[in-house]
Design a protein around this ligand. Structure first.
Ligand code: MN3
Length: 187
């Protein structure tokens, strides 16, 4: 993903941060009724699950989405997704600007999302911490299609405080094949 996202950041992000969320999530659900639940079902009742499950389950799941929606050499959305983006947001450039703004303006740590609502409409928003649109506690709700991690650990080594530069660089490494696949499945 160089030069847009540097290797050292990704090593630490994947091998330390993501691994810790995964390990802590497994430990948090071990021996509970949630242990064998699909994680989507855990999220739909997350308000009853406690902070360890919420934070680590979100951290585990959100990063898995994020790695898979990154790719060297970006590509383009499918014609179906491209049409829906244009119809919903006016133009592809306007979509990018709205999504970028969601990432740049999320105060503190969190995520920017393109997601599909239960009415099958595209929408853009952000969540704090490791929350996501599948969680019953989330202010935005739907099926995640594109995720951007805006925690400082995602960019600080290369970009320091310049989150907007990281957000702009992200567009060079979006795996549109994966996002298009998620859109098709969610529709
Ligand atoms: Mn992260």
């Amino acid at each position: 993903l160089e030069p847009y996202i540097d290797a050292r950041t990704m090593e630490i992000h994947y091998d330390k941060h993501h691994r810790a969320y995964f390990t802590n999530y497994v430990n948090a659900v071990k021996g509970t009724a949630l242990e064998n639940s699909p994680i989507e079902n855990v999220f739909s009742g997350i308000s009853k699950a406690g902070d360890a499950v919420r934070n680590n389950g979100g951290g585990y799941y959100n990063h898995t989405l994020f790695w898979n929606n990154l790719k060297k050499g970006s590509g383009k959305p499918s014609s179906e997704l491209s049409d829906a983006i244009t119809k919903t947001f006016g133009s592809f450039d306007n979509f990018k600007e709205l999504f970028s703004t969601a990432g740049k303006t999320r105060f503190g740590s969190g995520w920017a999302w393109l997601y599909l609502t239960s009415e099958k409409k595209l929408a853009i928003g952000s969540t704090p911490n490791q929350d996501n649109p599948l969680m019953d506690v989330s202010a935005i709700k739907g099926t995640p299609l594109l995720a951007l991690d805006v925690w400082e650990h995602a960019y600080y080594l290369k970009y320091q405080n310049r989150r907007p530069e990281y957000v702009e660089a992200f567009w060079n490494v979006v795996n549109w094949d994966e996002v298009s696949k998620r859109y098709k499945l969610a529709m």
